[in-house]
Ligand binder design. Structure first.
Ligand code: NAD
Length: 493
């Protein structure tokens, strides 16, 4: 190949060569159309690199490569060998951890320190966890008859399409390819057009790990072109998607129009945190800080609605204001920075519009509400208090560092209010009363309930949504169901 897709970029204080090509069949290639698209550094709006823009023709080529890899190599690759590949990939990510965390920070705007301490270790842990599953995908035998022998096989789906968002680009990549490869599938994965760079860096490590060509293909590009071509492709038998509900619906429609793909969806949320009057206020305040301000509020399960018992409301708000104002915004490569810029101008403008709505709807602005600095897409950590239940900022996902706080009187009342949402991704309960903690956790309509904590993830614990927050569960043993299909074999004895 005569195409060198690498370009040199500055990450923090160091220069690195990074990939910008489409990764198909183990090679970085140009887009068929010859088009490229820019990806920007959100702290100053400058273009980091031009990336090859995949669309339908490139998705077709990636699907052909994946299909061939499945039929010629991967279908016959033993689980123990797949385990070695995943473990090797995790080792290489660990070796390159600082570089990957820096590239993630550059492309996404999150801090390098957070990416190095959070996103990368979680992604590596996820790959190692699924490495362990590769040779343990088991069926059952049924002993209910003497005339027939029945057993089940959990077989791979084959060729899966995976579409991921921009808020945790490396982590979402690992959550998708880990269980897919462990279960014996091949994949075409489309990263977000806002953050394509780390997926391409991981593609280079996939090659280095010796994973056979075509088993993982990475096609950067836009949703309505590359994404929908993948969702509509007749040779793709499953789509695993993480992103907004609107796109989730579009993917279900694409699938219905073509070949009725299996679909799993991880979507948005408007997750409530409920702070009872017996809670440890300081601890609850700190977890509610993590809940909404971690990753600049760009977290699907962010605790964007906080309900505080009226007896401790004023005290809670004073402390919450203090922690929000203590958050240091700035350069994502400065180790002292806690919050970098939002991912891009579109997200920034959308968040600022929600803040305007909050003010117009009469909520009390406790702190924040403004742009931070004069360049880059920084939003001050923002707290609104006394927010009405029907206010836009209480109902809709903002996906930024903006939290709506209000009071409640009784357990019965707050369970109803917390559940009165079309979403059901996560929730939290803060109390010292174990009976109440369990009672309220059981009553909440959410895929994850955190008690006296927030945003705590482990690769062995399932994650996904009730209601419009999604279909299916990622992580843990549960994700194996997303990437296998059960066959019953019945033998006449
Ligand atoms: P998005 O839906 O705009 O984009 C997600 C991905 O889908 C991107 O790769 C995009 O290119 C692609 N896409 C867009 N239109 C498409 C189409 N018509 N067909 C196929 N693909 C298409 O979402 P986003 O802005 O990247 O992410 C933010 C949203 O994702 C929020 O709503 C957030 O809550 C949600 N999210 C959920 C989880 C979770 O695990 N539940 C995790 C992260 C983000």
């Amino acid at each position: 190949l005569d195409f060198d897709d690498t370009v040199e970029v500055r990450i923090g204080s160091k220069k690195h060569k990074i990939h910008t090509g489409i990764f198909i069949n183990g090679q970085f290639v140009k887009s068929v159309s010859g088009k490229t698209f820019p990806t920007i550094n959100a702290s100053n709006g400058e273009v980091i690199a031009q990336v090859q823009e995949g669309d339908k023709a490139d998705i077709d080529a990636a699907v052909r490569a994946a299909r061939k890899a499945y039929e010629t190599v991967w279908e016959k690759t033993e689980g123990a060998q797949r385990a070695k590949y995943l473990w090797k990939l995790a080792d290489l990510m660990e070796r390159d951890l600082e570089f990957l965390a820096g590239l993630e920070a550059l492309d996404n705007g999150k801090t390098q320190a957070n990416a190095a301490a959070g996103d990368l270790p979680l992604a590596i842990g996820c790959l190692r966890y699924y490495s362990g599953w590769c040779d343990k995908i088991e069926g059952k035998t049924f002993m209910d008859t003497h005339s027939y022998m029945n057993y089940t096989r959990h077989e791979p789906i084959g060729l899966v399409g995976q579409i991921i968002p921009w808020n945790f680009p490396i982590l979402m990549f690992a959550w998708k390819i880990g269980p897919a490869l462990a279960c014996g599938n091949v994949t075409v994965i489309k990263p977000s057009e806002k953050t394509p760079l780390t997926a391409l860096a991981l593609a280079a490590l996939i090659k280095e790990a010796g994973i056979p060509d075509g088993v993982v293909n990475v096609v950067p590009g836009y949703g309505p072109t590359a994404g929908s071509a993948l969702a509509e492709h007749p040779d793709v038998h499953k789509i695993a998607f993480t992103g907004s509900g609107r796109t989730g619906r579009a993917i279900m429609q694409s699938s219905a129009k073509s070949n009725l793909k299996k679909i799993s969806l991880e979507l948005g949320g408007k997750s409530p945190a409920i702070v009872f009057d017996d809670a440890n206020i300081e601890s609850a305040v700190n977890w509610c800080k993590v809940g909404i301000f971690f990753n600049h509020g760009q977290t699907c399960c962010a605790s964007s609605r906080v309900y505080v018992h009226e007896a401790i409301y004023d005290k809670f708000l004073v402390a919450y204001k203090k922690v929000a104002e203590s958050i240091k915004l700035g350069d994502q490569f400065d180790p002292a920075t806690e919050q970098g810029p939002q991912v891009d101008e579109v997200q920034f403008n959308s968040i600022m519009r929600y803040i305007d709505h909050g003010v117009q709807e009469g909520a009390k602005l406790v702190t924040g509400g403004k742009r931070h600095g004069t360049s880059g897409y920084f939003v001050e950590p923002t707290i609104f208090a006394d927010v009405k239940e029907d206010a836009k900022i209480m109902q809709e996902e903002i996906f930024g560092p903006v939290v709506a706080v209000t009071t409640f009187k009784s357990e019965e009342e707050i369970i109803k209010r917390a559940n009165a949402s079309t979403y059901g991704l996560a929730a939290a309960v803060f109390t010292k009363d174990i009976n109440r903690a369990i009672r309220v956790s059981n009553a909440l309509h959410a895929g994850t309930v955190w008690v006296n904590c927030y945003n705590v993830f482990h690769q062995n614990t399932p994650f996904g949504g009730f209601k419009e927050s999604g279909i299916g569960r990622e992580l843990g043993e549960y994700a194996l169901e997303l990437y296998t299909q059960v066959k019953s074999v019945k033998i006449n004895l």
